[in-house]
Design a binder for this molecule. Structure first.
Ligand code: ZN
Length: 264
């Protein structure tokens, strides 16, 4: 599932490609009511956690959540628009570019009050300048739930997914099963500051880069086009720091990865 940095990259891309001008919006598949925004000027494209919002002139907002399978495919505009391939939920066409959205969990037109309702359920987003880490800390320090579950809860911190969760906890030597209330304020502060920095790297480069230069050697990454990770998708392999075996288990519906030796 895309993590928050991917949504912020999309928000910025759509602002550059379509912002400040009218956008032809349609639903080749027919499952999205595009008429409410078709031909309107896209004012602002932004993101909060894993939610993308296209704010159009005079009120309507397109709300997108990609879920596990949603993707945007961009194309350069030519005289003839490309035939939609597969189930295109939403097509946006601007002066120079177009993009097709397929397979999202959510693609709907809502109003600003409904945007507020969506955002009210979300925790602070490390990539937003208005993020308030104290909100997340208040939830974590009162909770008996494992920190590895709390980090995946979008109501605690918005935008963290499975890779950042495992890697952040490794970088701070915190066992994913430690209860939230057993995490110290100093540990949380350090982890939050690190998370903001890591997600900004992800936002700039489009890849999750988490391994420090001094550890960036040894076995290759789990996928050829991805940077190395400390623990993510490395179950059974040797820890890049202590050499012990990396473990995995299902926590909050997804596999968490950690080094029992390094993380307490
Ligand atoms: Zn280790």
């Amino acid at each position: 599932m895309p993590e928050g940095h991917t949504l912020h990259r999309l928000a910025r891309l759509h602002q550059r490609r379509f912002g400040g001008a009218p956008v032809a919006v349609s639903s080749p598949q027919g499952r999205f009511t595009a008429a409410a925004v078709d031909g309107r000027v896209l004012r602002i494209s932004n993101a909060w956690g894993k939610h993308l919002f296209h704010h159009y002139a005079d009120g309507p907002v397109v709300h997108v959540h990609l879920g596990l399978y949603g993707t945007f495919t961009e194309w350069e505009r030519a005289e003839e628009l490309p035939e939609p391939v597969g189930q295109v939920r939403m097509r946006m066409v601007g002066a120079e570019y177009g993009t097709d959205l397929r397979g999202p969990t959510v693609c709907e037109v809502i109003d600003e009050a409904q945007v507020s309702d969506v955002v009210a359920k979300l925790g602070p987003d490390p990539l937003r300048s208005d993020a308030d880490p104290a909100w997340a800390w208040n939830r974590i320090t009162k909770s008996r739930r494992p920190i590895g579950a709390l980090l995946m809860d979008q109501g605690v911190i918005a935008g963290v997914g499975n890779v950042y969760r495992s890697e952040l906890l490794f970088r701070h030597r915190i066992d994913p099963y430690r209860p939230g209330r057993a995490v110290s304020a100093a540990e949380f502060d350090a982890a939050w500051t690190d998370l903001v920095a890591l997600m900004k790297v992800g936002l700039r480069g489009g890849k999750i880069v988490v391994v420090r230069p001094e550890h960036d050697h040894g076995p290759p990454s789990y996928a050829p086009d991805r940077p190395r990770t400390y623990v993510y998708r490395r179950a059974g392999e040797a820890c890049r720091v202590c050499g012990g075996p990396i473990r995995t288990a299902v926590l909050e519906g997804r596999n968490v990865f950690w080094c029992p030796n390094c993380q307490k």
